[in-house]
Design a protein. Structure first.
Length: 423
């Protein structure tokens, strides 16, 4: 089915919708970066051995650190309804909290198996909270499902935090950045907002769940990630206002993102230009090298992370790449509209996935590089296509001026490797 974007202008790409087989991770993958971000948290996945296996493979790189996630494995007796899974869960949580006094916040994460046996983790979290009192905060959210995309695990996790956010006092205002950013990127942005007199600035997720940011009618929201639409809605229901903006990827996106916040604070654009002059110039200079390598190269995106549109915009406009098909898991107009306006008008934009048909189109097009999920990368490489794992773009600090060239390098590297192998 093909439909013109509703309410679009002449320059907005046409959107094709596709439904069929999909290839993606579930939302459990979000634990991999969320447990690193919120340093007082522990994620207890209530699932099967499959879920435990996914966590181990996705987070394999972190097994040497003291892990802050684990799986309460539902056994056959639980799945058959022969054992009371609630009793088992209470025991596991009791033992975990006794063993790990450092846990400040415990997230019970629902999975397909826990949902199939109708284990109500919201109720379990409330019961366990009562049992364990003030010492630890216990919450629940769902990481299950393969019908959307793996980054939505962060959205459901952050949504679970929204009702707990303290009220921002009346007549006060603050800026709330929504979506996880690496600490180093947060620090850079904090310094820039500080210079512009914009603040106080808070981040969701916070570095510690114990330090939840306030929210209220004086809160202005700036999305740092394109997969936090439900969280934004929950924050708006508490009175917050969304500042519409492209995402802070590349020099252009970062400048627009800061300008949007400055606009809401009444800061003159000239002052913003002055404050960002040095980091923007550094980033432009560093990017020039990659523009030479990437310019004219063709890139396609298979739908996986929700980062596809801002990445495509950056690579087309700042690195001179040509976009082949740009697939997104879903198009969230609540926060994606400003990005759509910046995409080349002839971008072949597809929402949803019919895997085999999409792969056929990819094979016919044979772009220089394809951004895709882990499961597809190896088979495509075996067919001679160069790939980039989309999940890597979620783990890596890529936002802001100082990371613009690093972001370009993430795409230049596989192309260079392929070139070297060809000799
Ligand atoms: S939550 Fe569902 S999709 Fe994710 S690993 Fe467990 S069983 Fe698989």
């Amino acid at each position: 089915m093909t439909a013109a974007a509703s309410g679009d202008c002449a320059a907005t790409p046409e959107i094709h919708h596709e439904r069929g087989e999909r290839q993606t991770f579930c939302g459990l993958a979000g634990i991999v970066w969320l447990h690193r971000k919120m340093q007082d948290s522990f994620f207890l996945v209530v699932g099967s051995r499959t879920c435990a296996h996914l966590m181990q493979s996705a987070a394999g790189v972190m097994i040497f650190a003291e892990p802050r996630f684990g799986t309460a494995v539902l056994q056959d007796r639980d799945l058959a309804g022969l054992a009371d899974a609630n009793d088992e869960l209470d025991r596991v949580v009791r033992e975990l909290l006794a063993r790990r006094p450092d846990i400040g916040s415990l997230f019970l994460v629902a999975t397909c198996p826990s949902e199939v046996i109708k284990l109500d983790l919201d109720t379990a979290a409330a019961r366990l909270q009562q049992a364990h009192g003030e010492r630890v905060r216990i919450l629940a959210y769902s990481g299950s499902g393969l019908d959307t995309c793996f980054t939505q695990g962060e959205d459901t996790c952050l949504q679970a935090l929204v009702p707990l956010l303290p009220e921002l006092p009346t007549l006060q205002r603050s800026l709330l950045i929504v979506g996880s950013l690496a600490d180093v990127v947060e620090d850079q942005f904090t310094r820039l907002f500080d210079r512009l007199g914009i603040g106080p600035v808070h981040f969701l997720p916070p570095r510690r769940v114990a330090d939840l940011p306030p929210v209220g009618p004086g809160t202005f929201l700036l999305a740092a990630q394109p997969f936090v639409g439900e969280t934004i809605d929950a924050l708006r229901a508490r009175g917050a206002h969304l500042i519409e903006s492209p995402f802070p990827l590349g020099v252009e996106g970062t400048r627009a993102w800061l300008m949007a916040a400055a606009g809401a604070w009444g800061v003159a654009p000239e002052l913003v230009e002055e404050a960002i002059a040095a980091p923007a110039a550094r980033a432009e200079k560093a990017l020039a090298r990659y523009r030479e390598q990437l310019g004219g190269k063709r890139i396609s995106f298979l739908p996986d992370s929700q980062l596809e549109i801002p990445l495509g915009r950056f690579l087309a406009r700042e690195c001179g790449m040509q976009i082949g098909e740009l697939g997104v898991p879903y198009l969230d107009r609540r926060i994606m509209e400003p990005e759509l306006a910046l995409l080349p008008a002839d971008t072949q934009l597809t929402e949803g996935q019919d895997l085999e048909r999409q792969l056929d189109r990819l094979r016919a097009d044979r772009p220089d590089i394809t951004v895709c999920g882990l499961g597809l990368a190896n088979p495509l490489e075996a067919e001679g296509l160069t790939t980039k794992w989309s999940i890597e773009l979620v783990f890596t600090p890529i936002q802001g001026f100082d990371q613009a060239a690093d972001l370009a390098e993430l795409f230049a590297r596989p192309l260079n490797r392929r070139q070297r192998l060809a000799f």
